[in-house]
Design a protein around this ligand. Structure first.
Ligand code: BGC
Length: 772
């Protein structure tokens, strides 16, 4: 772990250039707008280690599965979001020598991600081998206001020489995914054209026929005067550029404005792409860079108005939470229900940009509370649209009925290909059901059940019904051969969490059916017919619910992660020599599987989800047993522990876990940030403040707050949208104030006492316990 980023409330700042950390910075400084995004690569050529990364949401490739030992049921392909046309490139040459920071002496360097206004900027002074010195300043945006647009202002000053400056803005589509299974390139060229001050390039994927057209235009100003030199047009395979050469004197300032539009066949017909790209491009260029910046600041201002968290008295924590919120907002904006949230967002290729249970278990709560409810609803509808594929998936694995959602997917089909996860980590189905509950419980939108939710719930319940089996000897239902959330144990019997979430799904499905029958009887009849619902199956769900087997240990008073868990040698993480950590890099897989060490919340995940059904003592006993043997080697782990630690009053543990989740990428805790940021776990960071320190829950249509101050902060505040109102919750050591920023009144309970916050007014509840 190397901490090299400067602490600042609103910005991420790097103050010197180090090739060793370049790929980490490329991840951390990534920018996007939900529609597209990319790593913080340099505009000019860079020959050092780098992952050039530019991604268009939803444009993916089914890369043929690569496994050593094929198992029936494996998917044919792994869908990956494609690394696509590099639209940021502007090559610079000085008297024929490329400006390349890997080959220069860099005497001053500063890179800033301004999270408030959504800009990425960089300035540096570089000396080439021949002694020529240049000063460069660049600022780049991926526009939140115009999703197809990216824009750059790139200024260069020759400091100590007169000579020939060559500027080549370009589009390069000859791009390869780093994670390509067979070292294959995924794009074919369709057309390209170099135009006056710009050009365009259309590529299509070798499979699935996704087309992407990128168009660019530039303006060059020399000491404020527009340069009108006719460029040399360059057209190569999957590449188009305009090369401009000019004579410069020391001290001249040359500014390049590069505008780029990227449009895809996901949104336009094939015949419209080139026009659509030019329309967007021309309008952006006419508006001009300054206007684009102003729009960007305004769009981000709106995001922050809804989602900011302010921490007073701890700048490092402040920066961290804003970084997490920034990344989430630039990864998913929720207008398009065909899109989802890859574990690395637009910041890298690991996990293929595909959808995991992370979305339902971690991300949905963030979008539910910080944006209009249609945004979280679209995440749910994404899964609704995949229901038929989930049913096919279950059939493929031999189930007669029900739906098994994939562990990893792009279009609803399973992409994951490790048997112990693909076939066994079936708890993911429960998270999808839980997200429906979460959405309905939070928003009160019960109509969703009849519209979409119930169909998904019924099919998931049917899957569980078939997946469990009855053991007469026990007179109970068991579930064998599963992998729980803790992937450091595979093929275990009766993972408590999986059994619990399965039974819970059936309970909730029955509840939803009863609600519909009572309140929307004609829709109920329609759905019962469509789903061919029969009484015997709902009776069977009731039977399973009442006879589900849950492993537990009476003496310890805990739920057992799985039947054989206590046969393991129980050693605490604190007793493992530091050189053995992280286990997944230091130990053999065999040793990990046999050990008691837990990768991420498992039993505790269930106690968090179903928190209102377990008392504090139960939570405490389980936390005290499981947390000390948890290595948190999934980024999704610390946040759940932070939330439970808050509830249990474990102040130091809560704060330790909060720091670990919130600065995971900024401080590169897991030593893997160069692969991309841990975007989905960033929603967990948000949860650790709002659900953890803030104690937010929604019960019986009421917002419940039990805020505590972690003790390291003077105060903190967070924004939440709740049923039409937007509330700002301000927590100090002494009191909780809730300000209603809208004119819709909100009913809430603070530390057990009921309040109504009328529109545009506030209430204050005295007495905030600093977590004991
Ligand atoms: C975790 C999974 C998670 C995946 C993607 C894995 O390391 O164990 O729970 O879904 O990463 O974030």
């Amino acid at each position: 772990m190397k901490q090299y980023l400067k602490i600042d409330e609103w910005s991420i700042i790097e103050e010197s250039f180090d090739p060793q950390t370049q790929e980490i910075s490329e991840s951390v400084f990534s920018i996007g707008n939900g529609y597209m995004g990319g790593r913080a690569n340099f505009e000019e050529q860079y020959s050092g280690h780098s992952l050039q990364g530019s991604y268009m949401a939803g444009v993916y490739y089914p890369d043929k599965t690569r496994v050593g030992w094929w198992k029936n049921g494996y998917p044919e392909y792994f869908a990956k979001v494609l690394n696509s046309t590099n639209w940021i490139g502007i090559n610079i040459e000085l008297d024929g020598t490329p400006l390349d920071l890997a080959a220069c002496t860099v005497s001053q360097f500063r890179r800033v991600l301004n999270m408030k206004e959504g800009t990425l900027s960089r300035s540096f002074t570089a000396t080439l081998e021949d002694g020529k010195e240049v000063q460069v300043e660049s600022i780049r945006i991926v526009s939140m206001a115009r999703h197809e647009i990216g824009a750059i202002r790139y200024s260069i000053i020759p400091v100590n020489f007169a000579g020939q400056l060559t500027i080549t803005p370009y589009l390069d589509g000859d791009i390869k995914n780093k994670d390509s299974n067979y070292d294959e390139k995924f794009w074919n060229e369709v057309e390209k054209k170099s135009e006056a001050e710009g050009g365009y390039l259309t590529l299509k994927t070798k499979k699935l026929d996704f087309h992407v057209t990128s168009a660019f235009a530039y303006d060059i100003l020399v000491n404020g005067e527009k340069l009108t030199t006719t460029p040399e047009a360059i057209e190569q395979e999957k590449y188009v550029a305009s090369k401009v050469s000019l004579a410069v004197q020391a001290g001249d300032q040359v500014v390049i404005y590069k505008y780029a539009a990227n449009v895809t066949s996901r949104n336009y017909g094939l015949g419209q792409l080139v026009d659509a790209a030019h329309t967007a491009l021309n309008s952006a260029r006419e508006a001009g860079f300054v206007t684009l910046l102003t729009e960007q600041a305004a769009a981000w201002g709106d995001k922050w108005k809804e989602s900011d968290i302010i921490i007073e008295g701890d700048v490092s924590a402040q920066q961290a939470i804003r970084f997490n919120i920034f990344q989430l907002n630039q990864t998913y904006t929720g207008e398009d229900d065909r899109l989802n949230i890859g574990p690395k967002g637009f910041t890298g290729e690991k996990y293929g940009g595909s959808t995991y249970w992370d979305t339902e278990a971690y991300c949905v709560p963030f979008y539910l509370s910080t944006a209009d409810s249609t945004i979280a609803r679209n995440l749910l509808i994404y899964r609704y649209k995949h229901l038929e594929k989930a049913k096919e998936n279950a059939r493929k694995l031999g189930f007669k009925k029900g739906a098994l959602y994939p562990m990893v997917t792009m279009n609803g089909e399973e992409c994951h290909n490790e048997w112990e996860i693909t076939f066994e980590e079936i708890h993911r189905n429960g998270a999808i059901a839980y997200a429906i509950y979460n959405y309905v419980n939070y928003t009160g939108d019960k109509a969703y059940l009849g519209q979409y939710g119930l169909e998904v719930l019924v099919e998931i319940s049917r899957f569980w019904e078939e997946r469990v089996h009855y053991v007469p000897r026990k007179d109970q239902y068991v579930m064998l051969g599963v992998t729980g959330p803790n992937e450091y144990e595979n093929n275990v019997n009766n993972n408590w969490y999986t059994n619990r979430i399965a039974a819970w799904t059936m309970e909730y499905t029955l509840e939803a059916l009863a609600y519909l029958q009572e309140n929307e009887s004609s829709r109920y009849a329609e759905l019962a017919d469509k789903l061919e619902l029969v009484e015997s199956e709902t009776a069977q769900w009731n039977e399973i619910i009442s006879k589900m087997y849950y492993p537990s240990d009476e003496e310890l008073g805990i739920f057992l992660q799985q039947d054989g868990f206590l046969d393991k040698e129980i050693i605490q993480v604190k007793d493992v020599l530091p050189e053995n950590l992280p286990l997944n890099q230091k130990w053999s897989w065999d040793r990990i599987l046999r050990s008691c060490f837990i990768k991420q919340a498992d039993v505790l995940q269930g106690l968090y989800f179903l928190g209102d059904r377990y008392d504090l003592d139960t939570k405490k006993r389980n936390f005290d047993f499981y947390e000390p043997i948890t290595v948190h080697e999934s980024s999704l782990s610390p946040c759940i522990h932070a939330i439970l630690a808050c509830e249990l009053g474990y102040k130091e543990k809560a704060y330790e876990m909060y720091l670990r989740t919130s600065r995971l990428d900024l401080d590169n805790y897991n030593n893997d940030t160069e692969d991309g940021c841990h975007t989905t776990s960033m929603a967990g960071t948000w949860m650790s403040i709002v659900h953890g320190f803030g104690g937010l829950r929604v019960q019986a249509d009421r917002l419940i707050l039990k805020p505590s101050n972690p003790g390291h902060w003077t105060s903190y505040s967070f924004k939440i949208m709740f049923r039409g109102s937007r509330l700002k919750v301000i927590v100090t050591d002494l009191q909780v104030t809730v300000v209603n920023e809208t004119d819709v009144p909100a009913a809430l309970t603070i530390h057990g006492k009921e309040y109504t916050v009328n529109g545009l007014s506030s209430v204050t509840a005295e007495g905030t316990p600093v977590t004991a």
